[in-house]
Design a protein around this ligand. Sequence first.
Ligand code: HEM
Length: 371
Amino acid sequence: PFDAYNELLEQTPVRYDENRKCWDVFRYEDVQYVLKNPKLFSSQRNRSNQSLLYMDPPKHKQLRDLVNQAFTPKKIEQLAPHIREIAEDLLDPHLANGRIDLVHELAGPLPVIVIAELIGVPTTDRHTFKHLSDLLVKGARDDSEEAFQELMDEKAQAHEELEQYFTNIVNERRQALQDDLVSLLIEAEIEGQKLSDLEIVRFCILLLVAGNETTTNLITNAVRILCEQPELQQRIAGQPTLIPTTVEETLRYYPPIVAIGRVASEDVVLQGQTIQAGQQVISWVGAANRDERKFAQSEQFVPDRKPNQHMGFGFGIHFCLGAPLARLEGRIVLETLLAKMRNMKLEAGAELQPIQSAFVFGVREYPLGFD
Ligand code: HEM
């Protein structure tokens, strides 16, 4: 999509799309304005979904302050040795083959294993758990109405099974608290009120939906840019201290989420156009991240870009809760790959299939060869 952004940034920075019945906002400054004004642009698009992601203040802040405790950079950093172990366990069996199916054998499973452990899913349940959480973010097999319906049924079923599954875990933890996220949520109070089972369960499901495919795509998109630019790969392999800023630049250049939705709560004028109360507004962070007004040489991948105020994790009160975890996983996977492999490349003849969602940037498979 990135080629198209240039013209949109210059010609139609704020536009109404009659077909999709929504506003599109492309420039950095305007996207930032939308995301930092939750009073004007509400996240409550979807009344049936009561998760953090769709809450507005003040309710949002109460829950967010609470769960932030589990996702501070300091807490997350303690997971580093263990995440490295998981990455090596996934990678090592493939080293002798000179190839790995990056999405299915490393970038896909890693975030699921990490989040399962953080929540407190027993290791023995991991396969069921992975299967169900994959279903939640699965795309349809084709564009037909039939495939769509089939998918929706499958998802509803997976959602129900996960609710049941997490409800059981909550019940077990109520008997005996452990050192995991579910236990933390059981003990927590908001204004003297405990969370209900359902609230805890919904939050766990949100973590799966928000954190797994996004992190898979971050890892895959990072490796992809290193394969597209071999001299960049050599440079970073020789200077691994560049890896953290390379992860940030991936979030700017190939962000896993390129668009974020809101609904206007009042009439707002943006770039001389009036967005009416009740209308949908799509903030294209993928375009904002390429806005030359904000980023010099925005078309270039600059592995040590500083500052790098990309919006790959959003902006404002809904800024990604899992950002410290996603950054850490991205960093560790790149460190592990670059330490153990030389000359990573997309396998000859492989054709990249984009994930079928306008909001997501990623590929379904990435067959990776190496020496
Ligand atoms: C919110 C991106 C990984 C949990 C967001 C938002 C973005 C985002 C753009 C803002 C949405 C909005 O404003 O409406 C990403 C990307 C990731 C990633 C690109 C990986 C590279 C994770 C992980 C977790 C997670 C690993 C959890 C373990 C959440 C949650 C929210 C959120 C709970 C909602 C926060 C709130 O509403 O206050 N993420 N995310 N994300 N993310 Fe992430």
